[in-house]
Design a protein around this ligand. Structure first.
Ligand code: PA5
Length: 345
C-alpha cells in the first residue's frame, strides 16, 4: 500500500517501476536460468586471446567477466567499446560481439572488422542486423530472450558469456553458479537488501561519486550507469589506487553536497585497504557531505560481484521512485541513435 505521506510523483513512479523492481529481484533466478538454458557453442580450438566487443548495457558483461575471471583466466581477455579493434586482435583470436538489439553501429563495425582480419567470431544477441550478418557468414549466434532494456537483460547476457569463458578457468562452473545464485536469492527473500532504500535516500539531491577497488571497476561503473539510466541522475565513479594519484586533488574545490559511496570487498589487498582508510581520513571525511560504505557479501569474486550488482540495481530503482521518474525508458539514447541513423557524414 502506498504511504499517505508520500508525494504523488513517488507513488506514481513506484507503480510505473514495479516490473523493473521485480526484474532486479529476479537477478539470481534469471542468471541461473540463463546459465542452464541458453545454448552456447563449444569452442573447439583454443584461441590466442578473446576480445569482447559491445556498447553500454551489452558491453558491461565483458568488463564483469574480466572482474570475475581475471585472476584465473588462462587466456588474454580484451574488451572493446567503440569502432576499432586493437591491431593485435587478428588471426587466432576469438571475437565475441554482443548487442542486445543487434543493431548497434559500433558493434556491427567491430564484428565485420574481426571477419576481415580472419578472427573466429561469435555473437550474443536477440536478433537484428548482427544476427542476420552473422548467419550469412556462418557464425554461431547465441540467442538471448528479448523484450527488456539491454541493461535489465544483463543476467541473460552475462551468463552465456561467462559460461563460454569458464572452460578456460577452474573456479567458475555450474556448481559455483548454483551455490552463489541460491545464496543471493535467499538473502533477497530474507530482506538483506532492505538498506538499499536508505542508501537511495542519502543520495537523493546530492552529487555522487562511487569509489571501488580497481579490480572491481566494472561494478563501480555499473552502479554509475544504473543510477544514470534508471534514476536519471548524474553520477561518477573512480577507483583506488588510481584516484589517489589525481582525483583526490579535485576535492579541494568540491561542492558542498558531495556524497561518497565506497564499494568494498574483503578480497582487496592490504595496500588498497590502507589507501581506502587514509583517503577517508585525509580527503573524504573532511570534504564530503557523507561517506557511505557498502561491503560485498560472499567469499569469492562471482558471489561478490552479483551481490554488489543486485544492491546497486536496487539503489538505482529506489532513487528512480524517489525522483518520481520512470526507470525503464532512456529517451535521449533512442533520440541520439535515431539522429545518427538519419544524418549523413
Ligand atoms: O542501456 C542502454 O540502452 C544502452 O547502453 C545500450 O545497451 C547501448 O546503446 C547498446 O545497444 P545494444 O545493447 O542494443 O547493443
Amino acid at each position: 500500500m502506498p504511504s499517505e505521506s508520500e508525494p504523488a510523483t513517488t507513488q506514481r513512479a513506484k507503480v510505473l517501476n514495479a516490473s523493473t523492481h521485480k526484474m532486479a529481484i529476479a537477478w539470481p533466478t534469471n542468471f541461473k536460468r540463463a546459465w542452464e538454458e541458453i545454448w552456447v557453442p563449444e569452442i573447439e580450438q583454443i584461441p590466442k586471446g578473446i576480445c569482447i566487443t559491445g556498447m553500454g548495457g551489452s558491453a558491461i558483461g565483458g568488463d564483469l567477466c574480466k572482474t570475475i575471471l581475471g585472476p584465473v583466466l588462462s587466456l588474454p581477455l580484451e574488451t572493446v567499446k567503440g569502432y576499432e579493434l586493437p591491431a593485435w586482435v587478428g588471426d587466432g583470436w576469438l571475437v565475441i560481439a554482443i548487442s542486445y538489439s543487434g543493431n548497434t553501429e559500433e558493434t556491427l563495425q567491430t564484428f565485420s572488422m574481426a571477419g576481415e582480419r580472419g578472427c573466429s567470431r561469435l555473437v550474443i544477441t536477440t536478433g537484428g542486423e548482427l544476427a542476420r550478418v552473422a548467419e550469412d557468414d556462418g557464425v554461431s549466434v547465441v540467442r538471448v530472450p528479448g523484450g527488456y532494456q539491454p541493461r535489465a537483460a544483463l543476467p541473460f547476457l552475462l551468463a552465456p558469456l561467462l559460461k563460454i569463458l569458464s572452460i578456460w578457468c577452474e573456479d567458475v562452473g555450474e556448481p559455483e553458479v548454483e551455490r552463489v545464485c541460491e545464496e543471493l536469492a535467499k538473502e533477497l527473500a530474507e530482506g538483506a537488501f532492505s538498506s538499499t532504500k536508505q542508501l537511495a535516500r542519502e543520495l537523493q539531491g546530492n552529487s555522487v561519486v562511487i569509489y571501488g577497488w580497481e579490480q572491481f571497476e566494472a561494478v563501480a561503473y555499473r552502479w554509475q550507469t544504473q543510477l544514470n539510466e534508471n534514476a536519471k541522475v548524474m553520477v561518477f565513479h573512480q577507483c583506488l589506487p588510481e584516484a589517489n594519484h589525481n582525483d583526490i586533488v579535485g576535492w579541494e574545490s568540491a561542492p558542498e553536497n558531495m556524497v561518497v559511496v565506497l564499494l568494498r570487498s574483503h578480497l582487496e589487498p592490504r595496500q588498497v585497504r590502507r589507501r581506502f582508510k587514509l583517503t577517508w581520513e585525509l580527503v573524504w571525511q573532511p570534504r564530503a557531505k557523507k561517506v557511505l560504505e557498502v561491503e560485498a557479501k560472499g567469499d569469492a569474486r562471482l558471489g561478490q560481484v552479483l551481490w554488489l550488482l543486485t544492491f546497486g540495481d536496487l539503489v538505482s530503482l529506489h532513487l528512480a521512485d524517489m525522483q518520481g521518474v520512470e526507470a525503464e525508458p532512456v529517451e535521449v539514447i533512442e533520440s541520439l541513435k535515431t539522429a545518427l541513423s538519419q544524418q549523413g557524414e
